[in-house]
Design a protein around this ligand. Structure first.
Ligand code: PA5
Length: 439
């Protein structure tokens, strides 16, 4: 992975932040910063044992053999990492890898149509469920799981259903742990000291990814190598995590309040969704924080391109660029050339994509949009592992430079409190009375 930054943001900026970035990195390393009880992700890649990976692979292989479809129920940090990796590695049109079940996601919304259509789709299929919830009581996930579990038991019988349900939850606490013990489900643990949005390299991400047929050892290897490349022993300007954390904080200080993560391959759409949660929940607090947004180019150049080129100058872009695509398509000659595209004949489609990328970067920089560029050689499990760890560590460092607690998310409780009050959940009587007087 290579990180290239805008020339305008060179040596001066890096030295200006040298002390701050070192302090932030040290706070992570020695656990002296805010939220220090949630640092279990920091050395997760290098500490995952072969035994743990084998245990995950064994259960994944069992689900692969017995299921045509596996539904992953989870929300936020309990699904976005797996969704990001699986989407990035999957064929855009065939919804499953060879010899692997189709992976569907649920429990990440409360749409009745979505659930009805999912249940209808599953009605003639051999399916399984990976239910992921640290608390075990998240409404979206618990609701979907209740419906899917009932359907699975009806379709397969209670005993067979138990073999097809895997729970990933807290080691000892919570409703899902209790149910799993009662029913005898296979389980994996979400460590206490790993928050949802930092959990993709635990069973939370690894089990769905392995079940989808992708190589979790390569994913972890990429993360391990990145852990080394951005360790606190690496000099600031050679350390991609330090550079990224510095540049985004400097741009924020200069009034660039929005960071847009850009890709030129639609398979990366959900990597951006995962990144948005990681940075949004980690930094958006205490009245501060860059707003993380994302676009898929060139698609969104035809919708958001105008705003980015010419709108309020409060944005910067971080572009994820893939050096070589996995497939090859050459543009053919057309004798009539009515579309005027013969000047491209013989070129690969990716050459056009790359010139669109370069042309856009130059145009946006000219238009006052600073550009950072992250290049990976190709889209595979190893390089995605690198990106995941890079973004996680940079998020911790960047959050500490911003002086927030990057590991809590107190703001997400507000909607839940109102929803429960409106639904008259037992225990919310006072809130129910208060909210009803407002509407
Ligand atoms: O990052 C987080 O902590 C959140 O996105 C949670 O993962 C999400 O709210 C789901 O919570 P739980 O795993 O308890 O169901």
């Amino acid at each position: 992975m290579k990180l290239c930054i805008d020339k305008a943001l060179s040596a001066d900026v890096l030295s200006k932040y040298e002390e701050k970035v070192k302090k932030a990195t040290l706070m992570l390393e020695n656990g002296s910063g805010k939220g220090n009880d949630f640092l279990g992700w920091l050395h997760l890649p290098s500490s995952i044992s072969d035994e743990e990976l084998n245990a995950i692979q064994t259960v994944a292989d069992r689900l692969k053999k017995s299921c045509d479809v596996v539904v992953v129920a989870g929300i936020g940090g309990s699904y976005l990492g797996a969704k990001a990796v699986i989407s990035a590695l999957s064929n855009s049109f065939v919804n499953k890898a060879e010899n692997a079940p189709e992976i569907l996601f649920a429990g990440n919304n409360i749409s009745e149509d979505y659930l009805a259509e999912l249940m209808d789709y599953l009605s003639d299929k051999k399916f399984g469920i990976i239910n992921i919830s640290k608390s075990g009581t998240t409404t979206e996930t618990a609701l979907a799981f209740r419906l899917l579990k009932t359907q699975l038991e009806t379709q397969m019988g209670k005993e067979e259903a138990k073999q097809r349900i895997v729970a990933i939850t807290d080691a000892t606490k919570g409703a899902l742990r209790k149910l799993s013990t009662q029913e005898g489900y296979d389980t994996f643990v979400i460590p206490d000291n790993v928050g949802g949005r930092f959990s993709v390299l635990t069973a939370v991400g690894l089990l769905p990814i392995a079940t989808a047929g992708y190589d979790i050892c390569q994913l972890v290897k990429g993360a391990v190598d990145m852990e080394k490349s951005c360790s606190d022993e690496v000099a600031t300007k050679e350390n991609p995590v330090s550079v990224y954390a510095i540049v985004r904080n400097e741009l924020y200080a200069q009034g660039k309040k929005i960071e847009i993560l850009v890709n030129y391959h639609p398979k990366l759409h959900y990597l951006s969704e995962w990144w948005k949660q990681l940075y949004g929940e980690s930094e958006g607090k205490d009245g501060k924080g860059i707003f993380p947004a994302s676009v898929d180019f060139t698609t969104d150049l035809h919708s958001m391109g105008q705003w980015i080129q010419d709108g309020e100058r409060t944005i910067f872009e971080t572009v994820i660029s893939i050096a070589s695509p996995n497939k090859k398509v050459v543009i053919p000659v057309d004798e009539e050339n009515l579309d005027g595209l013969n000047f491209l004949a013989g070129k690969r489609v990716d050459e056009v994509n790359k010139m669109a990328e370069l042309g856009t970067q130059l145009a946006h920089v000219d238009g006052g949009v600073p550009n950072l560029r992250i290049e990976i050689p190709t889209l595979d499990a190893y390089n995605i592992g690198q990106l995941i760890y890079f973004f996680e560590k940079a998020c911790g460092v960047s959050g500490y430079i911003l002086d927030v607690n990057p590991f809590d998310q107190p703001g997400v409780e507000a909607y839940k409190k109102n929803m429960f009050a409106l639904l008259e959940k037992p225990g919310y009587e006072a809130e129910t009375a208060a909210i009803k007087s407002r509407i």
